[in-house]
Design a protein around this ligand. Structure first.
Ligand code: GTP
Ligand code: MG
Ligand code: ZN
Length: 318
């Protein structure tokens, strides 16, 4: 019997896939390892998921003659940003409060569709609040423009355009708006998120040439059945990555309170100083400049309704 000579090698890499208990780690020079965590894995993010797609990690690989494909995650670096889903306390077997869906993303891409499922601005506002609170750039994508003449949808989206958010209108069926989308992603690490059935996986398949599972009917069940169940990070031909996240129904606004919510509606910032009370919540107070601006049409009424809905919901989310 030949004596095996083993030696340990360490690599820096990024988690590019999460599958049950295992992770795929891709190093900067393109090596790919199947990895797992172990009780001694050092976390830079206590109280949160130990490892998630997008995490920067150090892995230990034991070389034993042939090229090794498996490794152990020794250390997870602190996250610069995180998309989080709140745990269902009834199903939460681990003690972590927050489940990280994707880490270190540089661009949040909320995807909506013109129809099927119908476009709801309330969800867009929720994403925007999250992005503003994390100081994360946003790109809004409206898919399935083939199902609409575009007039109504563009009218609904005009408010976001006026607020300075970039919007890409695409149709995968017609292959329209794709070049503009690729340009807008700009080599960054982007997280696509949105209701089930809006076409996230279909868009990502087209951008990356990878075949993610898509579904014809998932949104119709209305039960949050998602075709995509694990976050996957895929390289874009022109640089950067896209993360296909499961359609997020309960997007956690963990760091947002009734007190700071007002700062995440960017159009409130200019008028807020004119409110009668410096601590004005823009809900029931008299002499409120935000409410006046809504009355004048300076602030969009739908946006203000989203503010109120979030304001009153925040208490319950704690
Ligand atoms: N009409 C039309 N349908 C589209 C377009 N893009 C995607 N679809 C369809 O929309 C359905 C859902 O697409 P998916 O890519 O699975 O949606 P998803 O957002 O990934 O859904 P989950 O993984 O469940 O979150 C599929 O039947 C697609 O073929 C489009 O541009 N136009
Ligand atoms: Mg999908
Ligand atoms: Zn006010």
């Amino acid at each position: 019997m030949k004596e095996k000579k083993t030696n340990e090698v360490y690599y820096e890499g990024r988690i590019t896939g999460a599958f049950g208990a295992g992770y795929m780690v891709t190093t900067d020079d393109g090596r790919v390892f199947r990895c797992r965590t172990f009780p001694g894995t050092q976390s830079g993010n206590p109280e949160s998921s130990l490892a998630a797609v997008g995490d920067q990690v150090e892995v230990q690989v034991t070389l034993s003659g042939t090229d090794a494909l498996e490794g152990i995650i020794m250390q997870v670096q602190p996250r610069r940003s995180a998309l989080i889903r709140k745990r269902d306390p009834r199903r939460n077997r681990s003690r972590e409060k927050q489940q990280v869906i994707a880490a270190n993303i540089e661009l949040l891409v909320p995807v909506v569709s013109a129809y099927e499922p119908p476009l709801t601005t309330r969800l867009i506002d929720r994403y925007l609040v999250f992005a503003e609170s994390e100081q994360l750039p946003v790109l809004l994508v409206v898919n399935k423009m083939d199902l609409d003449d575009g007039v109504e949808v563009r009218k609904l989206m005009q408010v976001y355009h006026d607020l300075g958010y970039r919007i890409c209108y695409v149709s995968i069926y017609r292959q329209s708006g794709i070049d503009e989308l690729i340009e807008a992603l700009g080599g960054r690490i982007s997280a696509f998120s949105g209701h089930s059935g809006v076409g996230k996986s279909t868009i990502i398949n087209l951008l990356t040439g990878v075949r993610l599972k898509t579904s014809r009917t998932s949104w119709k069940s209305g039960k949050g059945v998602h075709t995509t169940s694990n976050a996957t990070m895929l390289p874009l031909p022109a640089g950067g990555y896209v993360i296909d996240t499961p359609g997020i129904r309960e997007f956690s606004l963990a760091d947002i309170t009734r007190e700071n919510l007002r700062f995440y509606f960017r159009e409130f910032l200019q008028v807020m100083p004119e409110c009668g009370f410096s601590s004005c919540t823009h809900t029931v107070e008299p002499d409120c400049a935000v409410k006046t601006a809504v009355g004048n049409g300076v602030i969009d009424a739908g946006r203000y309704e989203s503010y109120l809905a979030l304001f009153y919901a925040l208490e319950d989310e704690r």
